[in-house]
Design a binder for this molecule. Structure first.
Ligand code: SF4
Length: 314
């Protein structure tokens, strides 16, 4: 296993953070009080069809609290478990959708505690511009920073179906701008979107793999309460992936992912109270074990199918 990443056959975020900081680093998901241009009418209304009432920030702290209170509240709970370093994750809604001075104030508030080693900022590519990238560069001189883009799929027909509100060229432009300024980019993909074949899902992986990004988050398509997706699902509009199918897709995705891209997530997470389906995704440990077992049984690893690529292993 020496060519792999610790005991894993993929480059996990835990392995990356432990190598960088010498100890465990925990995410603190927060809700910094933003909205989203795909909800308020600036770009669209209704939002992406899978997005929850809390702007996909259901595991974040409450927006009723200040950023400082949210960070302190989570640190208080985690430090008793021996964790001393943290990344504040701006998770809910679109976290670059405000004037740059508002962003600066919020980001600096989040990094004020010296135990916070970095920021992860979830956003949309159409809410990234040169002025905001200059702010990211300013923060990058003090702490680590990752910009997380919710692409989900490279296919414009899928983007239209899920009401994402931007096309692939918009994503490409934002990634180029971030890359030119040495800002680390993490891309989210969803596996199991209606009307997508397994080949299309792997095409998305191959595409982002060539973009010079630093990380990925793979998500299972799950159905959350009070979403447009729930209405379509209840009407019998499409079928969800079974666990075995998802495991197979993730393993194939890892084989097609460049080995220098950090894997931040292998599945989606949601609170039990708002999950409609599938039930099996609640057993996250079992799912991760199945993925790791399948990688071992196939004697495969991240990037194995990129042998011809300069970034793949021989
Ligand atoms: S861009 Fe993000 S916050 Fe906005 S609707 Fe889509 S998933 Fe939700």
């Amino acid at each position: 296993m020496s060519v792999f990443w610790g005991d894993k056959r993929y480059y996990s975020i835990n392995y990356h953070l432990k190598s960088r900081y010498g100890q465990r680093v925990q995410n603190i998901p927060i809700d910094a009080g933003f909205t989203c241009p795909n909800r308020d009418g600036a770009i669209g209304v209704g939002g992406c069809i899978f997005c929850s009432q809390k702007g996909s920030g259901d595991l974040a702290e409450s927006r009723e609290m200040s950023i400082t209170q949210q960070v302190n509240s989570r640190i208080e709970r985690l430090s008793s478990r021996g964790i001393n370093k943290y990344i504040v994750y701006f998770q809910a809604y679109t976290n670059t959708y405000a004037p740059v001075e508002v962003l600066r104030q919020k980001y600096y508030e989040a990094i004020a505690d010296e135990r916070v080693v970095g920021l992860a900022i979830g956003t949309r590519p159409d809410c990234i511009d040169a002025e905001k990238v200059r702010l990211f560069s300013e923060i990058a001189e003090k702490k680590d920073i990752w910009i997380e883009l919710g692409l989900q799929s490279i296919f414009d027909q899928t983007a239209k179906f899920m009401n994402r509100g931007y096309k692939l060229d918009c994503f490409d432009r934002a990634v180029r701008l971030l890359h030119q300024n040495n800002i680390k980019t993490v891309v989210h993909l969803i596996f199991g979107l209606p009307h997508e074949t397994k080949e299309m899902m792997i095409d998305s992986v191959r595409y982002i793999s060539e973009k010079g990004i630093s990380g990925v988050k793979f998500h299972l398509l799950h159905i959350l309460k009070n979403t447009r997706l729930q209405e379509l699902y209840s009407a019998g509009g499409f079928k969800l992936l079974e666990k075995d199918e998802y495991v197979e897709i993730v393993v194939n995705a890892l084989e097609n992912l460049a080995p220098d891209i950090v894997v931040h997530r292998l599945t989606a997470e949601a609170p039990r109270e708002i999950l409609v389906a599938p039930d099996w995704c609640l057993k996250k440990r079992g799912l991760l074990n199945s993925i790791e077992r399948t990688l071992a049984e196939r004697n495969t690893w991240q990037g194995r199918l990129l042998k011809s690529s300069a970034r793949g292993y021989d």
